[in-house]
Design a protein around this ligand. Structure first.
Ligand SMILES: Cc1cc2nc3c(=O)[nH]c(=O)nc-3n(C[C@H](O)[C@H](O)[C@H](O)COP(=O)(O)O)c2cc1C
Length: 144
């Protein structure tokens, strides 16, 4: 079992329709290849975890890297893992918005505390997600 997570920056004018298309393809392809994971989109940033058979994960990631709907694709962590962290999700997706961002950050903090602290992949994933959300929260939202 292999896990890879990365961060990237979306094209500035990515429409809802394009996001829907990405998610639709992700769920279709990932289900067929038994790849699971999680995709978060916020403020032109993507953070994604992919997990599954190593060859399949690397094959899908190669396509993702070449996708011109985003750029500056940076691997945060990749390695073999013993078990999946998102076994039920072929690609869980979340796009926090103005109304639910504070709730979302709080949920993430809780979730990251519940996660296995020794798991560096998950820690780097949640740390990046938190950073993106917090940067934005500080810039655009009242911190409560
Ligand atoms: C941020 C982002 C995440 C993506 N995640 C996946 C994914 O998890 N699985 C997948 O098959 N395609 C994903 N895609 C789409 C792929 O880049 C690609 O369009 C898809 O694999 C179809 O490729 P093909 O038409 O060459 O077969 C993602 C694209 C972007 C921009």
């Amino acid at each position: 079992m292999y896990q890879l997570n990365y961060h990237s920056i979306s094209q500035p004018e990515l429409s809802h329709k394009e996001l829907d298309n990405i998610l639709e393809t992700a769920i279709k392809v990932n289900s067929a290849k038994d790849i699971t994971g999680c995709l978060i989109y916020h403020n032109n940033h993507f953070v994604q975890i992919l997990e599954g058979n190593k060859n399949d994960v690397l094959e899908v990631f190669e396509k993702i890297q070449a996708d011109d709907r985003h750029h500056t694709v940076t691997v945060l962590w990749e390695n073999s893992i013993d078990k999946r962290y998102f076994p039920k999700w072929n690609m869980a997706y979340h796009q926090p918005n103005h109304d639910n961002i504070i709730q979302f950050v709080n949920n993430l903090l809780l979730l990251s505390e519940l996660s296995d602290r020794s798991t560096s992949s998950l820690l780097s994933f949640w740390a990046t997600v938190r950073k993106i959300l917090n940067d934005d929260k500080i810039t655009n939202y009242e911190v409560v």
